[in-house]
Every structure is written in structure tokens, then in C-alpha cells.
Design a protein around this ligand. Structure first.
Ligand code: CP3
Length: 346
């Protein structure tokens, strides 16, 4: 059971489409490189090593909550952490992203993907325990990478603009593709379940790169796996958020996969997104992260445009349309949080 104060937070109320005292705000990638206190504690420690140290995970997760007064914390981790935890040989290269030693191209390569046991990620569940004790009534969001986005790193071997090897497998070897996505769905579902057992009050599935697909291909080749992930954490009283970039045409399918809250990037206004998705879901988003490089009055006006588009919707969590850009001025984020809170106070 979650403490009553967390359950009654503005963030969880908005996720459940209940009336809120103010529109809740958090930022994807709020914990990380935009904060000097983050760069300080990370000095000389590799990204993945920092994700495996519960003390550091706790400190870095709390930093943006202290500084910006956001309505939710997101666990400091990375989408490749569960893959590393089952023994996949990979690293996160600064300025590049996840790089995989042996890309998955044929059936034999699937041997790298065994099921994930909760013990494999004990440093994550330990950090969640420390965090829920520290956070008081601020909810903690757990997360994982969705099967398609994880597959794109595993098949390409690293970040990719066009996902050509990934799509070659999806179209050319559909049985191998289905097996790959099904294994990843098992790993992701187990990783999210472990986080829910440890005490997170929400989970977000990041399918960052799935906007590269047409709806017909999403339905045939990705929806079954992402649905399997959401089913794993259904009925636990924990809202499920589903997010991807460039997914204007996929929004109804992201909801269909089992989301309670659909994350929207900045390309589709929230009222139009709600029309595409239909009733019964809350929305999260969707200020263009690059707007934060403009003066505060412009940021405030653009934030108001987001709030106005969301005004008639039953559930809105204010966020950016994608992650905080590393060179963002942290003070711009703090002022934005205060603006949204003041403007929506009821
Ligand atoms: O504050 C938060 O949102 C929590 C932390 C978080 C990180 N990664 C920390 C991180 C979260 C939620 C992620 C998810 C993630 N990781 C996604 C999905 C979100 C999205 O942006 O779409 C993806 C695609 C990844 C893969 C990944 N990991 C990339 C593309 C990079 C950036 C590489 C670079 O250096 O440009 C990473 C590394 C990473 N993950 C960093 C952080 C803070 C930067 C590494 C560092 O600080 O040294």
C-alpha cells in the first residue's frame, strides 16, 4: 500500500483524471546533465556505474525535486540498465549513447537475452526503498525502455537515425523479430514489476524511437510486445504512462497498448491529441524542450498555450515534449514549474 499522501498527490490525481489543486509538473530527463550538482557527483564515475550505486541513484533522483519543486521524481537510471543486468555486453558512451558489443542480427544472437530476475536489479530496488523513505508525499516514477526502442539499440549496435538493420529484421525476418520483441517484453515487464514491488507509484514506458514506424507496422510488429509489458503491471493501482517521440499518428495505438496516460511530443496540440486518443486516458506533455532557450516571458506564453489546449481535458500532467536538453539553464526550468503552478492554482 502506498502512503495516503502520495496517493492523494496532484500528480497521481491527474493520472487518474481526478480534480487537482494545480496542474502537476515534472520533466523527462530532469535528473541529469542540465544540473551542476549532477555533474559534480558524477565526476569520474561512468554512467552505468552510477546507475548501480543506490546512494548515487538516490541523490541524483532527489536533486531536481529539491531544486525545481517538481510534482514527481523519476528514478535515475537508463533504459539499457536491465539489459546490462542480464549480462548483455554494452556501455553508454558520453555524447553517443548506448553501444552494444555484439549486435543482435540472427537467431543465435538471442542467447544474450535471458529472462530478468528481481535479484539482477537489486541495486535499483534498493534505491527505490531509500527514495520512497526520503520523498515523503512526492511520487516516484519508475521506467523502462519499450521493446522496439531497446531492439533498435540491440540490432543496430548503437544509436541510429534510420533504424535500417532494425527494420530489415522487422520486415525480412518477422519470426525472429517477434521472438526478439517477446523476449524484450518479458525482460521489461519483469523490470517494471520489480520496481512496482519496491514501491514506485507510477511507471513510464519510453518507446522513444517508435515514431519511425507507420501505424500498420506498429500494430502488426510492436503492439503485441508493448501490450504484454503493460499487462504485466496492470491492476496494481499504479498508473502506466506510454511515451514516444514523433508519434502523432500512433497516439491511439499507444493508448491501446494499455496506457492510462499517453505522453505527447510537441508536434500535436493536446486537444487534438485527446481527440485522436478518445476518452478514458490522461495526457502528459508537451512543451518543446527547445523553447526553454527563449526568454522567460516567451517560455511562459508557450506554456500557457499548452495549458490552454489541455484546459478542457480531465487529466493533464505538464511535461516537455521530450527530455530536458543538456545545455538548458536550470533556472529556466525552476521558473517554468512555478509558472505552471501559479497559473493553474484552483
Ligand atoms: O531524469 C530522468 O529522466 C531519469 C534519467 C534517464 C536517463 N536516461 C539518464 C541518462 C532516463 C529516463 C533515461 C532514459 C533513456 N535513455 C531513453 C528514453 C528517454 C528519451 O530521451 O527518449 C533513451 C533513448 C536512453 C538512451 C540513452 N542513454 C541516450 C540517448 C543517452 C545520451 C547519450 C549522450 O551522452 O548524449 C543516454 C545516457 C544518459 N542517460 C545520460 C543520462 C543522464 C547522459 C550520460 C551522462 O550524464 O554522462
Amino acid at each position: 500500500m502506498l502512503p495516503v499522501t502520495v496517493t492523494d498527490s496532484a500528480f497521481l490525481k491527474a493520472c487518474r483524471r481526478e480534480p487537482v489543486p494545480h496542474t502537476p509538473v515534472w520533466f523527462m530527463r530532469q535528473a541529469g546533465r542540465s544540473l551542476p550538482e549532477y555533474r559534480k557527483v558524477r565526476e569520474g564515475i561512468a554512467m552505468l556505474d552510477s546507475c548501480m550505486r543506490p546512494d548515487l541513484v538516490t541523490e541524483i533522483t532527489l536533486q531536481p525535486v529539491r531544486r525545481h519543486r517538481v510534482d514527481a521524481a523519476i528514478l535515475f537510471s537508463d533504459i539499457v540498465v536491465p539489459l546490462k543486468a542480464i549480462g548483455v555486453d554494452l556501455d553508454i558512451k558520453p555524447g553517443v549513447g548506448p553501444v552494444v558489443a555484439r549486435p543482435i542480427r540472427e537467431r543465435a544472437d538471442l542467447d544474450q537475452l535471458r529472462p530478468l530476475e528481481p535479484d539482477d536489479v537489486s541495486y535499483v530496488t534498493e534505491a527505490i526503498g531509500l527514495l520512497t523513505a526520503e520523498l515523503g508525499d512526492t511520487p516516484l516514477i519508475g521506467f523502462a525502455g519499450a521493446p522496439f526502442t531497446l531492439a533498435s539499440y540491440l540490432v543496430e549496435g548503437g544509436p541510429s537515425r534510420n533504424h535500417e538493420h532494425t527494420k530489415a529484421m522487422m520486415y525480412g525476418a518477422p519470426e525472429l523479430w517477434a521472438e526478439l520483441l517477446d523476449r524484450l517484453a518479458g525482460i521489461t515487464g519483469a523490470f517494471l514489476s520489480a520496481q512496482v514491488d519496491a514501491g514506485v507509484s507510477t511507471v513510464q514506458l519510453f518507446d522513444s524511437w517508435v515514431g519511425a514506424l507507420a501505424p500498420v507496422d506498429y500494430r502488426a510488429s510492436v503492439l503485441p510486445a508493448s501490450t504484454k509489458v503493460f499487462d504485466t503491471v496492470a491492476g496494481r493501482g499504479v498508473p502506466r504512462i506510454h511515451f514516444g517521440v514523433g508519434t502523432g499518428e500512433l497516439l491511439p495505438l499507444l493508448a491501446e497498448a494499455g496506457a492510462d496516460v499517453v505522453g505527447v511530443d510537441w508536434r500535436v496540440p493536446l486537444d487534438e491529441a485527446a481527440r485522436r486518443i478518445g476518452p478514458g486516458r490522461a495526457l502528459q506533455g508537451n512543451l518543446d524542450p527547445a523553447v526553454l532557450f527563449a526568454p522567460h516571458d516567451v517560455v511562459a506564453a508557450q506554456a500557457d498555450r499548452v495549458l490552454d489546449a489541455a484546459a478542457g481535458l480531465p487529466g493533464h500532467v505538464f511535461n516537455l515534449g521530450h527530455g530536458v536538453l543538456p545545455t538548458t539553464d536550470p533556472d529556466a526550468l525552476t521558473r517554468l514549474v512555478a509558472h505552471v503552478h501559479e497559473r493553474t492554482a484552483r
